[in-house]
Design a protein around this ligand. Structure first.
Ligand code: S3P
Length: 457
């Protein structure tokens, strides 16, 4: 069970302490960690993974893959950190889970695993926490139903394509050609993963590019996958089904979405000079750093290298005077999870920041437009909410007032909690968060690293 549902809320006030200095290392990438476990569990033989993110979301994926027959163990190997060892069942080999699959807070686990189950002749019930049970699953139900899978809502559920849902998969499934109606790597990945055990060629057409970890990793495991890019940027991905996956040794690069909180904190807190090590810089993920640089942020890439087939660097970040900006909506998919913390940076910049094209933020772990508007206002920022974004008038570098009586509500959303913690570091009176437990879904060491960097006491 997700920890935020089995223990009491853990409120905390985050204050301005000192500058952030020294070196910290961010944990493994969440998207890549999920995919390592899923593909490892479908390969024939033993996959080894280092740098895996040991957050609750990834552990929900691991538990589900175990429930469907994979053997997954964590080995303590010493200095270089733990190694995860996965013995796969082979494509087509997933077993009927005996109990409902508990997805906790994790949309990625839910949607990608629905893809895997869809093309196996097994039935699985997916359940999740209060946040996940509000999120739309219609976006994966549509294509997976076209492939032949059958979805039934629980009578007790919210209806309208929300969890709990029971999915009856089918084998052989029908290969489809699917044009994504929303820019979503989760939907793209669900269809591709369903295509793995489907005879023939499964095609996904992506008008707006989204994170491409599934494509990279499927190829790495030996699947026949091609990508054509049209002059207008549309990507057409073909996957040859009934694939045989070969086990891999994977080093998971650091998560740019986790690094984001430390990068913004160091930009905002006077005197900071921090190196954030091991940051994944896949171009489909890294737009936040470009936007912050365009706002005047001093972010330097050191020791650019390749880790696990992904570009990685250490980022040296120094306190900077930021200027507001109009963020190009074209970059939204490559920083879709980073807007809450960008809003915090904008609240401290000089002048106005305008964001548009953020409709998808309303269906994340919380409605991140409405929730960040409320939270930033409570902390003293000047914010206007529009249908598809926020307009923020920055303080020009002056600290925010901070929250007075009521704590900010994080709505079971880890990124709201961490973003408002960063706002607290840049405030006079501190920002009180109603619950820090959700942070463990993606970044269990966040508070420890923040203290280590000097950002809190
Ligand atoms: C993810 C895709 C994104 C992102 C999520 C992880 C993935 O969701 O917000 O945190 O691993 O594929 P969408 O595809 O729904 O935008």
């Amino acid at each position: 069970m997700h920890s935020a549902e089995t223990s009491a809320p853990r409120p905390r006030r985050f204050f301005a302490a000192g500058p952030l200095t020294g070196r910290i290392r961010v944990p493994g990438d969440k998207s890549i960690s999920h995919r390592s476990i899923m593909l490892g569990a479908l390969a024939v033989g033993r996959t080894r993974v280092t740098g895996l993110l040991e957050g609750e979301d990834v552990m929900a994926t691991a538990a589900a893959m175990r429930a469907m027959g994979a053997t997954i163990d964590r080995l303590e190997t010493g200095a270089s950190g733990p190694e995860w060892v996965i013995d796969g069942v082979g494509v087509g080999g997933l077993l009927q889970p005996k109990q409902a699959l508990d997805m906790g807070n994790s949309g990625t686990s839910t949607r990608l695993l629905m893809g895997l189950v869809a093309s196996h002749a097994i039935t699985a019930t997916f359940i999740g926490d209060a946040s996940l049970s509000k999120r739309p699953m219609g976006r994966v139900i549509d294509p997976l139903s076209q492939m032949g899978a059958d979805f039934t809502a629980a009578p007790s559920g919210h209806g309208g394509g929300r969890l709990p849902l029971t999915l009856r998969g089918i084998s052989p499934a029908v290969p489809i050609s699917y044009r994504l109606p929303v820019a979503s790597a989760q939907v793209k990945s669900a269809v591709l993963l369903a295509g793995l055990n489907t005879p023939g060629i499964t095609t996904v057409i992506e008008p707006v590019p989204t994170r491409d970890h599934s494509e990279r990793m499927l190829r790495g495991f030996g699947a026949e996958l091609t990508v054509e890019v049209a002059p207008d940027g549309t990507r057409t991905i073909h996957l040859v089904g009934e694939a045989e996956l070969r086990p891999q040794t994977i080093e998971v690069p650091g998560d740019p979405s986790s690094a984001a909180f430390f990068v913004v904190a160091a930009l905002l807190v006077p005197g900071s000079d921090l190196v954030v090590e091991n940051v994944g810089l896949n171009p489909t993920r890294a737009a936040l750093f470009d936007v912050l640089r365009a706002m005047g942020g001093q972010i330097e890439e050191l020791d650019r290298r390749d880790v696990g087939g992904e570009p990685v660097a250490d980022l040296r970040v120094r306190h900077s005077a930021l200027t507001g900006i109009a963020v190009d909506p074209a970059v939204v998919p490559s920083m879709v999870d980073e807007f809450p913390v960008l809003f915090v940076a904008a609240a401290l910049a000089s002048g106005r920041t305008v964001t548009t094209g953020l409709e998808e933020l309303r269906v994340k772990e919380s409605d991140r437009i409405a929730v960040m508007r409320a939270a930033l206002e409570q902390a003293g920022a000047t914010v206007t909410e529009t249908e598809d974004g926020l307009i923020i008038e920055g303080t020009g570098g002056d600290p925010l007032r901070g929250t007075n009586n009521a704590p900010v509500a994080t709505h079971l959303d880890h990124r709201i909690a961490m973003s408002m913690a960063v706002a607290g570091l840049a405030s006079k009176g501190g920002v009180e968060i109603d619950d820090t437990r959700p942070i463990a879904t993606s970044f269990p060491a966040f508070e420890v690293l923040l203290a280590q960097a000097g950002g809190t006491t």
